[in-house]
Design a protein. Structure first.
Length: 114
């Protein structure tokens, strides 16, 4: 082999190795209908799961409203005040469970849907 052929061969090997490294980091092979393998970039999930947090908060608000509507406003407030007299964790729970305008509005929708 001549020197130029060896240089071209090494250049091709480096290119194949570079492409292989790049495809191995975040790419997957998808098979199309005709059987052709196509490398595509894998979707990486990053960041804070805002959708999950919103679903959790809405579920918690509905739960609070359900408790508020079933127990009654006066009884619910008494229970939260009793909880506020307890330990630090119970006081934090009382602060979270206090009745707010959103909870009251959802509770009214639960008790009187129409």
């Amino acid at each position: 082999m001549t020197d130029a052929q060896v240089h071209d061969f090494q250049k091709r090997v480096r290119g194949i190795s570079r492409q292989h490294r790049r495809l191995s980091q975040g790419y997957v092979q998808l098979v199309e209908r005709d059987g052709l393998l196509v490398p595509t970039r894998r979707q990486m999930r990053r960041g804070f799961p805002i959708k999950g947090l919103m679903i959790t908060l809405i579920g918690f608000m509905v739960f609070k409203a359900f408790l508020f509507s079933q127990v009654g406003a006066v009884n619910y407030t008494d229970r939260v005040q009793t909880l506020a007299k307890g330990s630090t964790i119970e006081q934090a729970g009382a602060w979270i469970m206090q009745d707010d305008p959103v909870t009251i509005a959802i509770a009214e929708l639960i008790t009187n849907p129409f």
